[in-house]
Structures are given as structure tokens and as C-alpha cells.
Design a protein around this ligand. Structure first.
Ligand code: PLP
Ligand code: SF4
Length: 350
């Protein structure tokens, strides 16, 4: 269910009312919805844009999880390099067939589903799967097999999940996840946030998203206004795996979110060939801190079918984190964790 579906929220595109508030201007290439629609889906087009041989595209069979890469993200790839760390995250590879015997749900999502679209695994925190798709298809994604057809489609369909949250006073934090929750339009998100605000025991809103990274224009003035006006403490967890993903437009998007009062964190996945070196991790952490984002988690890869070629052995991850500690301030070193089905929290590895 990863194929792009028609967006269920048919409001007209929202344009920022004013240019970014920072000292420099970013070229607004188009509305974020247009960027989403015009994202690259054809491996041959991607390879041509990057000056890569046709043979690279010919090896890119998608195994039911199609290529999807927005142009602002592709623009940060270095041309002529088939091993570019951003390209490897999105281009299907023949290697994906190497791990067919792995489970399709490694982290026990299905057992934790308490209502359609509601996962409740950890004390105090419930996770809403709001959207059936993302703005980018990451080849290593552990949810690449998630049955997204159970995701509630319209506002009314959220009612069972909201009822569940209302009925459980231990839930102080609601995580919006997906898919990517920011593929929903600003008006729909605002209506959902209103509903959550009406539940007295909900104190925090956490948004897990990759959209401000792959399409920075997604951080609209309307979105920032909604977050700023909310009584909920807002936490945004970005998902960035490599320093090259953070260009000026991403820095601007981050600054707008911080301006709206959100706390900003990042999680990444340890990925062979992409960021499995001390240099790559240190550069990522330093760049995150530079733009005002705190490194939060470094995840050991969740092993699901089709991702095995990205696996980095845990001892290698431990060595990388040990060296990061020697190089970086403590707040810039992410917690190295793995998710184990049935555990009451993420399991620290370091
Ligand atoms: C990871 C996760 C959370 C959040 O865990 P934190 O350790 O608080 O970041 C919450 N719910 C689900 C279902 C998760 O997978
Ligand atoms: S954005 Fe997140 S959920 Fe979506 S494909 Fe990438 S890793 Fe998976």
C-alpha cells in the first residue's frame, strides 16, 4: 500500500504567506503538493538526471515497493556516483532479494494495534498511523510491508483511535506517524490536533516525519501557526541519515519549526554503505547540531524482508558510537538502540 494514493484532503494548496523569516531566501520551486506529485518514480529518469549509466536503472526492480524520491531530495545527490549515500536510500537494488526469509513485521506492530491506526506499545505514549503513504520510499523501511489499507481514511475514521486515547488517562503523549503524517494537509492536521487538545490528559504531541527533509516547503506558515497556537508541547522527530541531506532549505524548515516552539530531534538508521562509518556519523551529528536539531536515536536496522543488504553488525555500531563519544559533546551523540517486539521500551545497545 505504499503506492501514492490520491490525497484524501482536497483543500487547495497552501502557500506560505510570506518568505522565510531567516536572513536568506530559499527559492520556492513550487507548492509542496506539487513536489509530492512530481516526485521521481522512474529509475531511468533518476539515473539520467544523475548522469548514471542505464545499467544502474536496469537493476532497479522494485519488488512491490516502488521508487519514490522527491526532486528537492534528489537535487542533493552527487551526480555520477552510483554509491551516493542519498541515492542508495531510495534506488531499488537487486540485493533486496537476498533476504527473502526475514519476517515482514519485525517489531510487532500488528500485535500492538489497539484500534485501526493506533499502536500502543509503550507506557504513556500512543502512536497514530495517520497516512497511508510517505513522501519518499526508503529502501530500508521496516514498515514497507505494513498493511496500510487499515489506516483510517477520513476524519470520521479516526474516531475509534481517539476514543481509545480518551479512555486511557495514562496516555500523555500522542505520536503522529505513518506513512508520513505531514502528507496530510494543514487543515486536516489542525482538526486532528484540535481533537487531541480536547482530551485533558494529552500533554504532548510528537510528529515523526521525513517530509521537512525531502520537501522542505512542507513546513508551511499554516503548519507552524497551528503548532505555535497549540496548548500541547510539540516535539518533532526528523529522520535524517546523512549530513548531505541537510541543505539550506532544510535548515530553513528546521528554523521555522523551532520558531513555532517545537523541540527538534533526529533519528537515523545505521545503514551499510550509507552511514556506517565514524566520519559519516560524526558529520551527521555535527550538521544536525549546527542547524539546531538534537541527535536522538541511532537505530539498529529492523530486519524485514528486502532490507538485509543494509545490515551493519552490532559490534561495528558499538565501535562507531564509542568513537563518537570521544569526538563529540555528549548531547551530540545519539542513543544506539534496537527495537525488540514485546519489550516495554527501545533497547539500548551502547
Ligand atoms: C518507538 C515508538 C514510540 C516512542 O518511543 P520513544 O522511546 O519514546 O521514542 C512509541 N510508540 C511506538 C509504537 C514506537 O514504536
Ligand atoms: S519516511 Fe519513514 S516510514 Fe516512510 S518509507 Fe521512509 S523510513 Fe519508512
Amino acid at each position: 500500500m505504499y503506492a501514492m494514493q490520491s490525497l484524501s484532503d482536497q483543500q487547495p494548496p497552501v502557500r506560505p504567506q510570506s518568505p522565510p523569516l531567516l536572513g536568506h531566501e530559499i527559492p520556492v520551486l513550487g507548492d509542496w503538493r506539487q513536489e509530492l506529485q512530481h516526485a521521481i518514480r522512474d529509475p531511468f529518469e533518476l539515473c539520467e538526471l544523475l548522469g548514471l549509466p542505464v545499467s544502474v536503472a536496469q537493476g532497479a526492480q522494485d519488488h512491490g515497493f516502488p521508487l519514490l524520491a522527491p526532486r528537492p531530495f534528489v537535487a542533493r545527490m552527487r551526480s555520477g556516483n552510483p554509491n551516493d549515500p542519498l541515492l542508495l536510500q531510495v534506488l531499488p537494488r537487486q540485493d533486496e532479494r537476498r533476504s527473502p526469509s526475514l519476517p515482514s513485521d519485525a517489531v510487532g506492530d500488528l500485535a500492538a494495534q489497539k484500534a485501526d491506526g493506533l499502536l500502543h506499545k509503550y507506557f504513556g505514549r500512543a502512536l497514530l498511523i495517520l497516512a497511508p503513504n510517505c513522501a519518499v520510499n526508503c529502501r530500508y523501511c521496516f514498515r514497507r510491508h505494513f498493511p496500510y489499507d487499515t489506516v483510517p481514511a477520513g476524519d470520521a475514521a479516526w474516531a475509534p483511535a481517539l476514543d481509545q486515547i480518551r479512555a486511557d488517562a495514562t496516555i500523555a503523549e500522542v505520536l503522529l506517524s505513518g506513512g508520513d503524517p505531514l502528507v496530510l494537509g494543514d487543515k486536516r492536521l489542525s482538526r486532528l490536533i484540535d481533537s487531541l487538545e480536547a482530551i485533558p490528559h494529552v500533554a504532548r504531541l510528537r510528529i515523526h516525519t521525513r517530509l521537512p527533509v525531502v520537501i522542505p516547503q512542507r513546513v508551511t506558515t499554516a503548519l507552524c501557526d497551528t503548532l505555535e497556537a497549540s496548548r500541547l508541547r510539540t516535539v518533532v522527530v526528523l529522520h535524517i541519515n546523512h549530513a548531505n541531506e541537510i541543505d539550506d532549505a532544510v535548515a530553513t524548515a528546521v528554523a521555522k519549526l523551532r520558531g513555532a516552539g517545537a523541540m527538534l530531534f533526529n533519528q537515523s538508521v545505521l545503514l551499510g554503505g550509507v552511514n556506517d562509518s565514524v566520519e559519516a556519523q560524526a558529520a551527521l551529528c555535527e550538521r544536525l547540531v549546527e542547524v539546531g536539531v538534537t541527535p536522538y536515536y541511532l537505530h539498529q536496522l529492523d530486519m524485514v524482508e528486502g532490507v538485509g543488504h543494509f545490515e551493519t553488525p552490532v559490534p561495528r555500531g558499538l565501535q562507531i558510537v564509542k568513537e563518537l563519544r570521544q569526538r563529540l559533546p555528549g548531547y551530540a551523540v545519539p542513543r544506539y538502540v534496537r527495537e525488540t517486539a514485546g519489550e516495554p521500551h527501545k533497547t539500548p545497545l551502547a
